[in-house]
Write a protein that binds this ligand. Structure first.
Ligand code: DHB
Length: 315
């Protein structure tokens, strides 16, 4: 079966994409994920300068969810200049480079430097719940700031398409999506982690994570992610990487029906191992065969809108 999809002009052999910050600490670990069948791989978010992460414990597993506050550790652009060319050369699947910063001026700097290395796609992480911008909240929580970052990055990357990663932690994600679309985003990744959430060790009367709180991921957030993807797809028509709780092929089919062209896989690596990509692709194919869908790309946006007749866009 043809499992390929086209995303911003880049061909992916299948719609699964390793989400940012998962397994991808070095070039060789990302190459390994691509060799295990991921249709695409996203790097961890890179900073211009070296950035220390949080102390352990940074991840905790609950029932149907995980909390994490890794703190986006990164060695900075000099290390990226060494690692990224190797990754771009050797990865059998397209590489998405995730960038993060705290100010618009720094976003411009990292965007320009990363663009020089010519990745096929750049993801703009404006939505980490544990990293505030210079004004104390993620850029993705303000229509104005989200638009400004998008415009600034877009100006610095030449022809490389940019994917803006949005947060679910807003009253109206459609408003934010429209703002980034209006300011030059080529695609959207939805959603980043929810929250942050808090898990308490009740014997210790203390937070489990060293950071106190952490972003919520995993199966528990899937319905929220699917709804956000549906709303953004209807409102903007931009290509979307649907991310949030996708664990099985059925989850991937659901995300694509809502409007995602690619499907991000992160926490599921914890549940199903590195072969999760191959497993999900096989399950998508099995579902398509059983349901007479000839090509996987035909799943995108086919949710029957009549079943949504009473649901209005928030804006
Ligand atoms: C971290 C980054 C994220 O983008 C996120 O959603 C959750 C946690 C982090 O590294 O702390």
């Amino acid at each position: 079966m043809d499992t390929s999809v086209l995303f911003c002009g880049v061909k992916f052999s299948n719609p699964t994409v390793l989400a940012s910050g998962i397994l991808g600490v070095t070039a060789s670990s990302l190459i390994n994920v691509a060799r295990h069948g991921a249709g695409g791989v996203t790097t961890k978010s890179v900073w211009y300068k070296e950035h220390a992460g949080h102390r352990n414990p940074v991840i905790v597993v609950g029932d149907h969810y995980m909390l994490n506050a890794v703190g986006l550790p990164d060695a900075g652009i000099e290390k990226t200049r060494v690692e990224l060319p190797k990754l771009l050369k050797e990865s059998p699947s397209p590489v998405i480079v995730s960038i993060v910063e705290r100010s618009i001026a720094d976003f411009e700097k990292i965007a320009e430097e990363v663009a020089k290395l010519k990745p096929p796609l750049i993801e703009v992480n404006i939505s980490c719940p544990n990293v505030d911008d210079e004004f104390g909240k993620p850029f993705s929580c303000s229509t104005v700031e989200a638009g400004k970052v998008t415009r600034a990055v877009k100006k610095r990357v030449g022809k490389i398409p940019i994917i803006v990663k949005l947060s679910p932690n807003v009253t109206n994600i459609v408003e934010i999506a429209r703002s980034v679309a209006h300011n030059g985003a080529d695609a959207i990744c939805a959603i980043n982690t929810l929250g942050p959430g808090l898990m308490i060790d009740i014997e210790m009367r203390a937070s489990v994570l060293s950071n106190g709180v952490g972003g919520i991921s995993g199966p528990a957030i899937k319905p929220l992610a699917v709804r956000c993807v549906y709303d953004i797809h209807r409102a903007t028509g931009l290509p979307i990487i649907g991310t949030g709780g996708v664990t099985t092929g059925r989850d991937a089919v659901e995300m694509m029906m809502a409007g995602a062209t690619l499907v991000g896989v992160g926490t599921a690596v914890h549940y199903r191992g590195i072969d999760v990509f191959k497993k999900i692709i096989q399950e998508i194919e099995d579902w398509c065969k059983k349901n007479n869908v000839k090509m996987v790309k035909n799943l995108v946006g086919i949710l029957d809108s009549r079943s949504m007749k009473n649901v209005k866009l928030v804006s």
